[in-house]
Design a protein around this ligand. Sequence first.
Ligand code: NAD
Length: 500
Amino acid sequence: MTASSLPIVPHWIDGAKHPQSGGRTAPVYDPARGIQTKSVALAGASEIEAAVASAKAAFPAWSGLSLARRQTVLFAFRELLESRKHELAEIITAEHGKVLDDALGEISRGQEVVEFATSLAHHLKGEFSEEVSSGVDVYSIKQPLGVVAIISPFNFPAMVPSWFFPIAIAAGNTVILKPSEKDPSAALWIARLWQEAGLPDGVFTVLNGDKEAVDGLLTHPDVRAVSFVGSTPIARYVYETGTAHGKRVQALGGAKNHMLVLPDADLDLAADSAINAGFGSAGERCMAISVVVAVDPVGDELVARIRDRVAGIRTGDGRRGCDMGPLVTAEHRDKVASYIDVAIADGATVVTDGRRIKPDGEPGGFWLGPTLIDHVPTTSRVYTEEIFGPVLSVVRVPSYEAAMELIDHGAYGNGAAIFTTDGGAARRFQREVQAGMIGINVPIPVPVATFSFGGWKDSLFGDVKAHGPEGVRFFTQVKTVTSRWHDPAQGGINLGFPQN
Ligand code: NAD
């Protein structure tokens, strides 16, 4: 099949597939087979305009619907998702490459936010102060913003958009999702599910595209807010451009998460955790552990236990029951693999070289096996840069203080974890460490939906995190009402502020 005869993943505007007027498309691959299976439409000016116009037109009716009726749609969506999530998992595995179990896991984490949003009537409650001045009451109400945009990365095509759209929609906004062009089909499936759940057309739109679509949304006067997740340079750009155009922006960026292992830690637990958090989803997770910081004298024993476990990981096609799938594209695989040569040149010890694996899958797949690198110098690019693949570095340090200095000096502050059996050390870590999400004997501390997700430093631009209470805050604007119902006896002119 030639690329031009492959199916094209369209936009979803006004409750229907929307044809592409211009010719721009991008390839979509099956990473485990290493072949292009589809193309995706890349929006130009007319698609951007159609998407925003449709979302804008749908806003008055949707935001005017009672909370109870909006909730009914949310519940229906949740039930449909629960019963059909296997379909979505297969779509994710076919375009992203992660193993089916892991795809199901990301859907379940997204579903948690849908469940949180079903109780939004509670979270939208305002505040009320009676009699703040004579006969005067003050109260606040939370109202939707209007059209909001979500721009998401390739690594969680279902979970990351789900951090935002359930709350945005439940709060009465209309949403335009711009998914990653690398794995766009999950968004289309979700759009159809919303329609089946009874969401009115135009409330959930999918605009496929690249930088042109992102820029169109960031500068469009009718888009009120933007939730972005992706790499740090693009997150910074999105934050600066969106805010310069008067929008509310939360832009979650990249990460380099450290896992600190103290000498008193349970080393089997630490080794299992390093494996799961380092190589799950082939390391393509913003909360992956990419650096294990071994505090002397724990290094040799810890590395030996991690190495033994790495040998048992089965890399292959995610549909064949393997542990770890391929990387998302050949280009990304080559970039990740190039860090192994950097490590060698910088004097690190490559304990396990993922380039040597024999995958359980087609030879053309975008394979790179789990790679373990010990004695990584902290000046090496292997340590300083986000690799976003199955490469786990080990850095040796003499003390807890030296470990903390490393973490604090890093540019990113998404997550950090400590492994120890000493409650005092864990508590000190929790207080001192400069990162937004902390794990204590938990390697990937992704907060549940009732709390908020987001990092510090270059891992988040803007001051509001995703989902939980901060998600509600992001997708609503507060109106404060001062009200007096006149007692006819209290008239008269007074040019000052009321004081009693
Ligand atoms: P990316 O930055 O390449 O792309 C993210 C989104 O931005 C996509 O929708 C893409 O189409 C768009 N985009 C790409 N280039 C652009 C440009 N020049 N101008 C405007 N928009 C552009 O990220 P990715 O490779 O898809 O995802 C991996 C990155 O996302 C990693 O850095 C990872 O750490 C990060 N991530 C962060 C979190 C978090 O919560 N902090 C979660 C998931 C992923």
